[in-house]
Design a protein around this ligand. Structure first.
Ligand SMILES: [Zn+2]
Length: 198
């Protein structure tokens, strides 16, 4: 929006009206000329979201502005509930950590108004014990930690998140699909998940 008199692009908005196209009344900050300009406001578009709620997934659409940028971990509103973006696929089929809405093919998200449900697999030398726990989404599983679960004590030796398998480090429960462990004799545990088993 350049001043028709001096060509300066710094101006002050005096008035603005309209929704899909805005009529602006501007005042040049250089020479003080008042002029009108019409700008097109981009309309929100439908963006596909696959939202998960425990083991179920629902396909939905959300309205977003094409020039908006969405990132992993970002919060979106899906039918009045809050969801956290867990994966973004762009139109070239790649998984990216952020993208402008125009380039997004599908967003994956999880509702954050419910706890995270995480699978636990403990390997007794070939015999696998599997359980599910429900924990706060912010809870962190750390490889190497010893966990109590009922009468069972195990050490976490790897984690499977939505994106990858991890043999070290930690992951938030909100993005963790499964925790793998091996039983331990030493009962000094870091946390007790007994009450979290579902
Ligand atoms: Zn001017």
């Amino acid at each position: 929006m350049k001043c028709p008199v001096c060509g300066s692009s710094s101006s002050q908005v005096l008035k603005s009206k309209g929704k899909t196209s805005k009529e602006l009344l501007l005042k040049c900050e250089e020479c003080g000329t008042v002029f009108r300009e019409t700008v097109n406001v981009k309309k929100p578009i439908n963006c596909r979201v696959v939202i998960s709620e425990f083991e179920k997934t629902h396909k939905k659409f959300i309205k977003v502005y094409p020039d908006e940028t969405l990132s992993l971990g970002g919060i979106i509103n899906v039918d009045g509930r809050e969801g956290e973006i867990t994966s973004i696929e762009n139109k070239r089929g790649g998984r990216v950590s952020q993208s402008s809405v125009e380039d997004i093919e599908t967003i994956w998200a999880s509702y954050i108004d419910i706890p995270a449900r995480v699978g636990i697999s403990v390997d007794f030398g070939g015999r696998i014990l599997s359980e599910k726990v429900e924990v706060d989404r912010e809870f962190e599983f750390v490889v190497g930690d010893v966990v109590k679960m009922g009468n069972l004590y195990f050490r976490i030796n790897s984690l499977k998140t939505l994106e990858r398998k991890m043999r070290r480090g930690f992951a938030r429960a909100g993005v963790t699909k499964r925790v793998y462990g091996r039983p331990v004799i030493d009962k000094r545990y870091k946390y007790d998940l007994s009450s979290k088993v579902v």
